[in-house]
Write a protein that binds this ligand. Structure first.
Ligand SMILES: Nc1ncnc2c1ncn2[C@@H]1O[C@H](COP(=O)(O)OP(=O)(O)OP(=O)(O)O)[C@@H](O)[C@H]1O
Ligand SMILES: [Mg+2]
Length: 547
């Protein structure tokens, strides 16, 4: 122990504690019992997994650098427990070193791992500076590392070089410090990248816009929940698919993949799985990596259906009010003298003394005057309809009555009518029954007109009490409509028929709107059309907006 005087104070103090506080004997290295039971060790190794992964290539390089010198690289956590040992197998066996053992002062005597953690700097403990004699052949250098992991928890420990005393070198400290520096930097970068990645992830998943991302081959690598909802396609069905195969946006994103084209704010519409027209605005853009190389494409889709529908409604309303203002007065002026004229013609028609030819002229006049009256009446309804006379009505019965009334007309057209009720006879709704009948008659007449070669018309009633709505659907197998026709459908005087006035649907629209309801159409050219009326189940007259 004479040499004690020349040892640094920290070695002296440590050895003093070993001997007098812990009562250790330098000749007897106690067996290094595992400090952590296997389960805890595995848990701790899992906590440091990412750090150990990053450490590995650095350690391999270090061992390569120290090639020819028997060396062990030891990684410990802050409790001095070995998490990983790499290097000379012979050394490992001689010392019985393995993960789970601890380099505490109390268990392993004076050692570099403990000193590095106690004083928070790099230490070299050589030969006899170790407390236990069995460690006198070794030189250990330990360097402290300190990082913050993904969960913002500090992670501390040591990385050390253990070699024989003859091979001890003061360079080991410098070497270790620079390796630890490198590892810490790499770890920080990785955590940062992970954070960025997850931030991106959060932004993508929480966005109310649909987002679809492809790789450079145009294969979909990511899509968010909003995209799934908007296009009614499952994530699993999208991922891995070539984007160009996914409708309705595929061909546009493909442009970004193939031609590196950007698209901003482009409007697109499509019929979704529920047969509803959806309107979207879309941005598409190629994505470039840090060296400006193309790495994929990105599509973002905003659902603007509500806005477009509102715009269309506003436009529609304006058309009606303009027409209304212009023509209401005129129609009334015509209707007033019309009533006595029709009356007199009908009287004359029945005069028995009249010549047969005159009678025939009068019949023609009467028919034509009826047509004029219908035109004027229809016109008045469109331009300034009567307020609905609301009465509790069974929609079930109302539909049955109209169907019965129209059946003979149907058989003339070779058309069968099928009715399917989901509402009960006792379900009542506050409506103007005669106006509602008029709506149904108009829809059924149109459906028959559309089916030149006959077919079936399906009428379906339904109720959705959750949303407080009754519905009536009229579905035909007729000629269907083009998009252009659909756009003009409710415009007054829009007709494709030689003898049509183009007022039927305008009247329907007015009436349904005055009942606080909506009317929707889905149509496919050549395949048929479906008109759906939704009526709110509300109490009292005030429930309806009347213009
Ligand atoms: N079920 C349908 N199938 C195909 N096209 C239809 C259907 N319903 C309406 N249409 C189209 O919409 C146009 C407008 O219909 P609307 O009922 O308003 O007028 P119309 O039937 O032409 O004349 P009218 O005033 O006598 O009803 C029709 O001319 C037709 O082109
Ligand atoms: Mg019609």
């Amino acid at each position: 122990m004479e040499s004690l005087h020349f040892e640094p104070l920290y070695i002296f103090n440590s050895k003093y504690r070993c001997r007098y506080e812990y009562g250790l004997n330098p000749k007897e290295l106690p067996s290094l019992d595992p400090y952590y039971p296997t389960q805890i060790l595995e848990h701790r190794q899992a906590q440091y997994k990412e750090f150990l992964e990053i450490t590995k290539p650095f350690v391999d390089k270090l061992l390569l650098y120290l090639k020819g010198i028997p060396t062990l690289i030891i990684v410990t956590d802050h409790e001095r427990v070995v998490l990983d040992v790499t290097g000379e197998a012979f050394f490992q066996e001689e010392l019985g070193l393995k993960p789970g053992l601890a380099f505490t002062e109390k268990g392993a005597g004076t050692n570099a791992v403990d000193l590095a953690l106690t004083y928070e700097k790099t230490f070299q403990v050589k030969g006899k500076e170790h407390f236990f004699e069995s460690m006198h052949n070794f030189s250990c250098t330990s360097c402290l590392f300190s990082t913050v992991n993904w969960y913002n928890e500090p992670q501390k420990g040591t990385i050390g070089i253990m070699t024989s005393v003859e091979n001890a070198s003061p360079l080991h400290s410098g070497l270790l410090s620079s390796v630890v520096d490198g590892i810490e930097r790499e770890f920080k970068l990785r955590v940062q990248n992970r954070k960025l990645e997850s931030l991106n992830q959060i932004m993508v998943t929480t966005s109310r816009n649909g987002i679809v991302i492809t790789d450079k081959e145009g294969k979909i690598t990511e899509c968010n929940h909003s995209a799934e909802e908007l296009f009614a396609i499952d994530r699993e069905d999208m991922l891995g698919k070539k984007v160009r195969e996914v409708q309705p946006f595929g061909e546009y994103v493909e442009l970004a993949v193939r031609k590196k084209q950007r698209i901003d704010n482009m409007d697109l519409n499509f019929i979704n799985i529920e047969n509803k027209m959806k309107y979207i605005t879309m941005d598409v853009s190629p994505i470039y990596g840090k060296n400006q190389e193309f790495i994929g494409a990105y599509g973002q889709f905003r659902d603007i259906t509500d806005r477009v529908e509102l715009e269309q409604q506003v436009i529609q309303n304006e058309k009606f009010s303009a027409i209304g203002r212009l023509s209401a007065g005129l129609a009334h002026e015509i209707r007033n003298p019309l009533t006595p004229i029709i009356g007199f013609v009908n009287l004359l028609k029945n005069e028995s003394h009249l010549d047969e030819k005159v009678k025939q002229y009068l019949r023609i006049m009467s028919d034509e005057l009826e047509r004029v009256r219908k035109l004027v009446n229809d016109f008045v309804i469109v331009s300034k309809p009567e307020p609905p006379e609301l009465k509790k009505t069974s929609l079930h019965t109302l539909v049955e009555q109209v169907i019965r009334f129209m059946e003979s007309q149907g058989s003339l057209h070779n058309v069968q009518m099928e009715v399917n009720h989901s509402i009960d006879e006792t379900d009542e709704l506050l409506v103007d029954a005669s106006q509602m009948k008029q709506v149904l008659i108009n829809l059924l007449t149109n459906a028959m007109d559309a089916m030149e070669r006959g077919g079936a018309i399906r009428v379906e009633t339904g109720k959705d009490l959750g949303n407080g709505m009754f519905s009536i659907k009229v579905q035909d197998e007729g000629c269907g409509m083009s998009e252009d026709q659909l756009n003009q459908l409710f415009n007054p005087f829009f007709t494709t028929k030689d003898d049509g006035l183009g007022l039927g649907l305008s009247i329907c629209y007015r009436i349904i709107k005055n009942h606080g309801g909506t009317i929707n159409v889905v149509s496919q050219l050549g395949e048929g059309s479906t008109f759906e009326i939704l009526l709110p189940v509300k109490e009292g007259r005030e429930a309806f907006i009347f213009e």
